[in-house]
Design a protein around this ligand. Structure first.
Ligand code: OGA
Ligand code: NI
Length: 343
């Protein structure tokens, strides 16, 4: 039987048992009480000193795999229209949303909710999701304005992502066009929706994961929820990790690198591991636009980074289609996924 999406019924008064995580998976379990969490780096894409911008992207990519961009060129009204259409979808009557419900991961557009995953977990996550195609575009006819909002939003977000990818390539010492073409030829969007949760301490919206593609561009209607895993690589007792809230300035977009960036850069840039905690009071909607390779595209560490640097490649070549198959089978678990591709 289809799992009932969270946003279909009345507000929840208590957390149904199947959403209650075992203690070691709960959001507070790994908090280590560090006093001053680092700030999310801000990259201003508006300037013309591309060398400096590239350097900032590389620094943030090395340390966090996460940063926020301002002067990104996505008009405020285009962002607003896309978010309103997304919120409107989740406000539709249940039967209208269910017209798009499917558990077939290949279908687009697709409305889905948390179901027991292939990794055999017995519990569910506090999230509903509408998956949209961006390139090529695939959206539901209902609500009516969604397609009209999606096209300009996607075009502007892809332009910002391409600028970041060009700058990242330069910053890595690769040709400016390294990520262009089939390596960044696909795009889709998760429209995530997290209804208020009566007890955020026992649930998660999304389990810890890295995104599969090259880069993800995220916009949210309310702040609070997304957390990134920060590695304490410093001299003083390094090796620890902590979850840090990803707080972006109003109007900024959050970017994170995905697995493919870590592979192509041969580990120089980090794919930012993240998770989503739930909130008790407001429904949060987020738009995660994924830029990724075409399925047949071969992905491998860039030759220039391996040969010139005299390093061995950390990963073997593979097709992106193979990668996605493994990613789904391992339910996005970072180490389990990458074990398949390490040299
Ligand atoms: C995702 C994701 C984060 C968020 O869709 O992969 O991590 O804040 N979303 O909703
Ligand atoms: Ni993600």
């Amino acid at each position: 039987m289809a799992a009932e999406p969270l946003s279909n019924g009345a507000a929840h008064q208590s957390v149904p048992g199947r959403y209650i995580l075992p203690v070691h998976k709960r959001p507070s379990y790994s908090a280590n009480g560090k006093v001053a969490p680092p700030m999310l780096p801000v990259v201003d894409l508006g300037g013309d000193d591309d060398g400096r911008i590239a350097e900032e992207i590389i620094r943030a990519g090395r340390e966090f795999g996460f940063f926020q961009v301002v002067n990104h060129g996505v008009p405020e009204e285009v962002m607003g229209a896309m978010m309103r259409a997304a919120e409107e979808f989740f406000g539709l009557p249940a039967n209208e949303k269910m017209a798009y419900y499917s558990t077939d991961g290949k279908q687009l557009p697709r409305f889905h909710t948390s179901v027991r995953n292939g990794a055999g977990e017995e519990f569910l996550y506090w999230r509903d999701c509408l998956k949209l195609g961006c390139h090529p575009p695939e959206w539901p006819d209902n609500p009516r304005g969604l397609g009209a909002a999606l096209e300009p939003y996607t075009a502007a977000v892809m332009a910002a992502a391409r600028r970041v990818l060009r700058l990242a390539a330069v910053g890595l010492g690769l040709g400016e066009e390294h990520f262009e073409g089939s390596l960044s030829g696909g795009a889709m969007m998760n429209v995530n929706h997290y209804p208020p949760c009566p007890d955020p301490s026992v649930t998660l919206g999304i389990a810890p994961h890295c995104d599969p593609g090259l880069v993800t561009v995220l916009m949210e209607n309310v702040g609070g929820g997304l957390q990134m895993l920060v590695h304490d690589d410093g001299d003083a007792g390094g090796g620890g990790t902590m979850w840090v809230d990803v707080d972006a300035a109003p109007g900024a977009l959050v970017l994170n690198f995905g697995h493919q960036m870590e592979v192509v850069s041969n580990g120089r840039l980090r794919s930012g591991e993240h998770r989503v905690v739930t909130g008790a009071h407001v429904a949060r909607t987020s738009l995660a636009s994924f830029v990724w390779p075409e399925l047949w595209c071969t992905v491998a560490p860039a030759q220039e980074l391996v040969l010139d640097a005299g390093e061995g490649p950390l990963y073997r070549p593979y097709s992106y289609g193979e990668f996605l198959g493994v990613y789904v089978a391992e339910a996005g678990d970072r180490d389990a996924v990458m074990a398949h591709f390490k040299h």
